[in-house]
Ligand binder design. Structure first.
Ligand code: NDP
Ligand code: 8X3
Length: 250
């Protein structure tokens, strides 16, 4: 039987590209996000290629996460690969001007949400003694930058969780990979700047940013590595990027 992969944040950007790449491998897909119309469209398009189930839930709400995952039919419950990708930045402001609502979205979504989804899936992996968890962190989890304290803190937490999960789960036959992308052109900056198109576009001006496919290709690489190989931690930057904030623009 083909692998079963659950991807959070599959309705856009890195998650969507990963769903497409996994469909090319004929993996069975459980695709998650909040936007039902996008999930329906994904089911139509990728469902023609491979079996697809979609689950609409907000990762920040523990009951919603547990309820949604509990609806999976028995034959879909043996999840082989979990891609913890859902997340976003909200705002870019000095800490003294930060909006606590933005902080809640980042901490609850990027950290708590990742934990709630993981908790719903890891015990089954432990029982089956197999599985692979891919956590999407960020270069922001390795380097804190000005005006980004809370987003960077949320991604630093993802880095710590990846390490902690690996320490706890390797003995149960479960691999854990942390992926830290640099600047990837997705809806990320539109969300960060609350729909301000112009400001979002500026983030990617003057250099060639990473594409979601670049990250999806990396995820395929890590999940198809031989059984005796664990790719623990990968940082992927744009070619013109030397650090989170050092980008050589023309
Ligand atoms: P997008 O905004 O394009 O995609 C974000 C995805 O996360 C969407 O599918 C969205 O779905 C989902 N999502 C966000 N919040 C929630 C929530 N509360 N509950 C459920 N789903 C949620 O951004 P990216 O593809 O760029 O981001 C994917 C991941 O990559 C994020 O964790 C981000 O932090 C990380 N990352 C991004 C980088 C970049 O430069 N773009 C660089 C490094 C890391 P929906 O709205 O339908 O719920
Ligand atoms: C997204 C990359 O550098 O904009 O995590 O924070 S960055």
């Amino acid at each position: 039987m083909s692998m079963i992969a659950l991807i959070t944040g599959a309705t856009s950007g890195i998650g969507r590209a990963t769903a497409e790449a996994f469909a090319d491998l004929n993996y069975r897909l459980i695709l998650c996000g909040r936007r039902q119309e996008r999930l329906d469209e994904l089911e139509d398009v990728l469902g023609a290629q491979t079996p697809v189930i979609t689950l609409a839930f907000d990762v920040r709400t523990r009951d919603e996460v547990e309820q949604a995952i509990s609806t999976l039919p028995t034959e879909w419950q043996s999840i082989d690969i979990l891609v913890n990708n859902a997340g976003n930045a909200h705002g870019l402001a000095p800490i003294q001007d930060g909006d606590p609502n933005d902080w809640d979205q980042m901490i609850d979504g990027n950290v708590q949400g990742l934990l709630y989804v993981s908790k719903a899936i890891i015990p089954g992996m432990v029982q089956r003694k197999r599985g692979h968890i891919v956590n999407i962190s960020s270069i922001a989890g390795k380097e804190t930058y000005a005006n980004g304290a809370v987003y960077c803190a949320s991604k630093a937490a993802v880095e710590a969780l990846s390490t902690g999960m690996r320490l706890d789960l390797t003995q149960h036959g479960i691999k854990v990979t942390n992926i830290a992308p640099g600047a990837v052109e997705t809806e990320f900056s539109m969300v960060r700047f609350k729909g301000d198109n112009e400001r979002a576009a500026k983030v990617y001006e003057g250099f060639k940013p990473l594409t979601p496919i670049d990250i999806a290709d990396t995820i395929v690489y890590v999940v198809t590595a031989p059984a005796h190989v664990t790719i623990a931690d990968l940082t992927i930057l744009a070619g013109a990027q030397a650090s989170a904030t050092t980008i050589y623009r023309k």
